[in-house]
Design a protein around this ligand. Structure first.
Ligand SMILES: [Ca+2]
Ligand SMILES: [Ca+2]
Length: 355
């Protein structure tokens, strides 16, 4: 506990040496005289109060100081703890940094190793490609050589084939020459036969028509009937042209007499000379028309129609669009069915020459 030290005032002597009073009221030093005690009793009380105030102040200051010290200590402790945490954190970060650095180094090393491996692999691939290229080049050379050999073989084969063909052509030519020679002999023999027939005909009948018939039949393929020779021409022309062409054969005309002969009609039907109902151009012209007088139909030989062999088709002649020329339209029940047609139409035709 604090003590208070003060000077004692003496009226005669003024202030005297020090007197120390503790908090318990005990004094030390020279005590004042009795008169002085009376005078200074009030002052003592004041001093004691003052002393108490001072003590309280000192205690308060000490308490504040203690509290401040304690707060400072606490803050110091907090700062130290914070410092330690930061230090730990720093150490941890250093360790992390070192670990990351180590990992980075390991990563770089790994990349280097991979790059090295890639380089080796690329070199190996390059070498492999070179080897493959050389192999392909060798194969290509072999292929070219093979093609050359095959080309030479083909050329040789072609030459052999050519020679073979030449030989075959020569053989065929020789064969054809022999055939032609044989045919010439046959023709020459046939001419001799024909000359003999003509001589017989001329000598036996002395008839110009017989001579002509013989030529037509023997050389031109005309067909014989009882009274005429006749021929079916597969050439589509109009009626006037057909009539002129028939007249070109000496004594010839468009067929009329022949159509009254059942044998001729049967032959015409069997050989399909009539064509069909719907055929467009086969319907052959015959020597039958009403060109001179409409409605008056005349045969080219001036004869009459034999209804056993030829009849008008149903509803014909109808003179549709001025039809004046007759033709065989089709065959029905062994008879030739006739129709009148426009004379400018293009049809086949049948000619005949008297025997
Ligand atoms: Ca008519
Ligand atoms: Ca008609």
């Amino acid at each position: 506990m604090p003590t208070v030290t003060y000077n004692v005032y003496e009226e005669e002597k003024g202030y005297q040496p020090k007197v120390t009073v503790n908090e318990c009221g005990l004094t030390s030093g020279k005590m004042p005289t009795e008169s002085f005690e009376k005078k200074s009793g009030k002052r003592e009380i004041i001093g004691i109060v003052f002393c108490c105030f001072v003590a309280v102040g000192i205690a308060a200051i000490s308490a504040l100081h203690f509290e401040s010290q304690r707060r400072w200590d606490r803050e110091h402790t907090d700062l130290e703890e914070k410092y330690h945490r930061l230090e730990e954190k720093r150490i941890l970060m250093e360790e992390n940094t070192m670990n990351e650095t180590l990992q980075l180094r390991n990563f770089i090393e790994m990349i280097k190793r991979e790059a090295h491996n890639d380089t080796l692999q690329w070199r190996n691939q390059t070498e492999l490609m070179k080897i493959e290229a050389r192999t392909e080049a060798l194969q290509l050379r072999g292929y070219v050589e093979q093609v050359k050999r095959e080309a030479r073989d083909d050329t040789l084969q072609l030459r052999n084939d050519t020679e073979l063909i030449k030989n075959e052509v020569r053989a065929e030519r020789d064969k054809t020459a022999l055939a032609i020679k044989s045919m010439n002999e046959s023709i020459r023999f046939r001419i001799l036969e024909l000359n003999a027939d003509i001589s017989v005909a001329v000598l036996s009948q002395d008839n110009q028509n017989s001579y002509i018939n013989l030529i037509l039949v023997k050389l031109l393929g005309w067909e014989k009937s009882e009274y005429v020779v006749y021929k079916y021409f597969r050439q589509a022309v109009n009626y006037g042209t057909a009539r002129s062409r028939c007249a070109g054969y000496l004594g010839g005309r468009l067929a009329a007499t022949a159509l009254r002969d059942p044998k001729v009609v049967s032959n015409i039907i069997s050989k399909g000379y009539t064509g069909t109902f719907h055929s467009r151009i086969s319907k052959p012209w015959i020597g039958y028309d009403d060109s001179s007088t409409e409605g008056t139909w005349r045969w080219s030989d001036g004869g009459e129609m034999n209804l056993e062999t030829t009849v008008w088709s149903p509803n014909q002649p109808d003179d549709s669009n001025g039809e004046d020329c007759g033709h065989i339209w089709y065959a029905d029940q062994g008879k030739l069915q006739l129709n009148d047609d426009e004379c400018d139409s293009a049809n086949y035709y049948i000619c005949e020459v008297d025997k």
